[in-house]
Design a protein around this ligand. Structure first.
Ligand code: AGP
Length: 609
């Protein structure tokens, strides 16, 4: 959840550390700090708030040295203060400095023991315990001290450590939180994810759980749990620095919304088979026989990825006639559902680092189920631990509110459902219909984006609302959930998504003239039913915003405001209808003065439970 960056080399570390933190700020933005080293001196600078606060502090008091570690925080233990910001110092002589991403579950008992031993705590964090423990076990060998501490820790960590007595050396360790090395000429980098390294190196080494690494300007080594050196597997990251820049857009979220025609194109590139009218994926690692034997699908995820999974349920039932369960990963990891052997588990995740989704996938694998991953971040933990999977190729998604990943996840789920379907009962012509429509999708989305000006007008009318309802049926019920989630995340308006017909079983009590309802109602099999639901809301004086098919006068006559989207087959409506909902949340959040890229209390990838 937090972001860590480390550097040891020949260049001044401060600017590299701060630039790296800027690229990781979407992981947490409660406070930030750096510690650099010149000989036996540690220079520590830390500040509550955004990295900009730290950067201006460093203008007054620069932090010298060609080695350093740094941190941007998503607070788990202790308030948002300068003192609770990382790095944390350990030892009576403050000789050890630590930055940490994760949660030490047993920190209270360790803290009590250390207090008994006379260690003084300055912060309320769990991390300071790790710093004091390392100092307590230090007998001249930093790696040995950290090895003694690791078995004492319960929980998750991505750690980076420097010591006054070991100038030039950084030690890193991971369990549950991501860490990646960046390999340069005469310099080595450490980071929570590769985006911090863009512009410095594209050569990376991913650490796996239980591994520990040592970095000096001349060398880097990785050791396994049993202290044996690990063979280094250097990988190339294909993202360019400009991919992670906003370009001409005022916000990453808006840039990523407008990138969707391209990200959808990339998600489908080389995967649509116009001969056999099916889809192909190079990385499933499951032969057709195994895919043919699948009798049940479990889709597991969190947040927006979960909502795309819900659309996947309708798609697999429609095209593959397979029973599907969509499970919140945080629930599935602790539940013990009776699952028979011909069940496949698919973890859906943009970041590939979400702790609950990782744990749910590991649990499913432990029970012997093939586990696939639909993931955007190449080399992420879930991608590497899955038996096979599909990359979205959507490029970096920096805005905390997920947008292009959602539509690409739905596009991949559509293609997967066609693949499974064409192996079962889905006819050539049925496949042909959807495959040809998928090919048009990027253009349809480009057209859908033309509703932006209209969305601005609608946003101006409803930006003051305190509550909003999102209503859809069938394929669009999960999109109603997603629309509500987007609005909640970035505008802080309380919003709920419901199957439109469910309203009269309770939620309709919320309807009044201050509570707008967003109806997702492009033409389709249940259009008339949704229109009746709209009438029920109108009858109680509730304002109605409708997302409708182009030039649908019937809806225009009944709804207070209409936003039109291009006409596409029902199974592809979730992707097209998501566009105005993303833009509506964005414009309302802007009007309410919210920070759309870094909404309060959130972080882009949730690496703690
Ligand atoms: C969505 O806008 C949020 N950022 C959040 O709900 C997110 O979808 C969830 O944390 C899952 O993340 P993942 O796709 O990276 O696993």
């Amino acid at each position: 959840m937090c972001g860590i960056v480390g550097y040891t080399g020949f260049r001044e570390a401060e600017s590299i550390l701060v630039e790296g933190l800027r690229r990781l700020e979407y992981r947490g933005y409660d406070s930030a700090g750096v510690v650099t080293q010149t000989g036996p001196t540690l220079h520590i600078r830390k500040k509550a708030g955004r990295i900009a606060n730290l950067a201006s502090m460093l203008l007054d008091t620069p932090s010298p040295g060609t080695i350093g570690i740094s941190h941007t925080r998503w607070a788990t233990h202790g308030g948002v203060t300068d003192t609770n910001a990382h790095p944390h110092l350990g030892g009576h002589d403050s000789s050890i400095a630590v930055v940490h991403n994760g949660v030490i579950d047993n920190y209270m008992s360790l803290k009590a023991q250390l207090k008994e031993l006379g260690y003084v705590f300055r912060s309320e964090t769990d991390t300071e315990v790790v710093a004091h423990l390392i100092a307590h076990h230090y007998e001249g060998d930093l790696v040995a001290a950290i090895r003694k501490v690791i078995p004492l820790l319960k929980g998750t960590y991505g750690l980076a450590v420097v010591s006054k007595r070991d100038p030039g050396l950084i030690v890193g360790a991971r369990l549950g939180s991501p860490l990646v090395l960046g390999i340069g000429e005469g310099e080595v980098f450490l980071a929570s994810d590769p985006s911090a390294l863009l512009g410095y190196t594209s050569r990376v080494v991913y650490l796996t759980d239980g591994q520990l690494c040592t970095l000096t300007p001349e060398s880097y080594r990785i050791f396994d749990r049993d202290e044996s050196p690990v063979e280094i597997n250097i990988e190339e990251i294909d993202w360019k620095p400009e991919d992670a820049d906003k370009g001409a857009f005022p916000h990453y979220m808006l840039k990523e919304i407008y990138e969707q025609p391209d990200s959808l194109q990339a998600a489908m590139r080389g995967r649509l088979d116009f001969e056999a009218m099916t889809a192909h994926f190079g990385g499933l690692n499951l032969d057709p026989q195994k895919l043919r034997q699948v009798e049940r699908v479990i889709l597991t995820a969190c947040g927006t990825s979960y909502n795309s999974g819900l659309v996947g349920e309708y798609l697999f039932e429609e095209f593959a006639r397979l029973p599907v369960e969509v499970e919140y990963a945080s629930e599935l990891r602790y539940r013990n559902p009776p699952v028979d052997r011909n069940t496949i588990v698919i973890a859906i995740t943009q970041s590939g680092e979400t702790a609950d989704t990782l744990a749910a996938m590991r649990e499913s694998k432990r029970m012997g189920h093939p586990a696939l991953a639909i993931c955007n971040v190449v080399g992420s933990t879930i991608a590497r631990e899955a038996d096979g999977g599909v990359y979205l190729h959507a490029g970096p998604e920096i805005g905390v509110a997920s947008t292009k990943a959602f539509t690409s996840q739905v596009a991949v789920l559509t293609m997967l459902a066609i693949l499974f379907g064409r192996m079962r009962h889905m006819s050539f012509t049925a496949g042909e219909r959807v495959i040809n429509e998928l090919k048009q999708l990027p253009d349809q989305v480009r057209r859908a984006l033309q509703c932006h000006d209209r969305v601005k007008e609608v946003a101006a009318k409803y930006a003051h609302a305190r509550n909003m309802l999102y209503l859809g049926r069938q394929f669009l019920y999960p999109v109603a959930l997603e629309g509500a989630l987007k609005l909640k995340e970035i505008s802080y308006i309380h919003a709920e998504g419901y199957p439109a017909a469910e309203m009269k079983h309770g939620p309709i009590a919320l309807v009044d003239k201050e509570t707008p309802s967003v109806f997702l109602m492009p033409r389709g099999a249940v259009f008339d039913k949704v229109m009746s639901n709209l009438e029920e809301i109108k009858a109680r004086g509730g304002p109605v915003i409708a997302i409708a098919s182009e030039n649908d006068d019937d809806v225009a006559h009944r709804a207070d405001d209409v936003i039109y989207v291009p006409d596409v087959p029902e199974c592809l409506q979730p992707i097209v209808v998501a566009i105005p909902l993303q833009l509506l949340a964005y414009e309302i959040a802007l009007l309410r003065g919210c920070d759309v890229d870094k909404p309060r209390n959130l972080a882009k990838s949730v690496t703690v439970e």
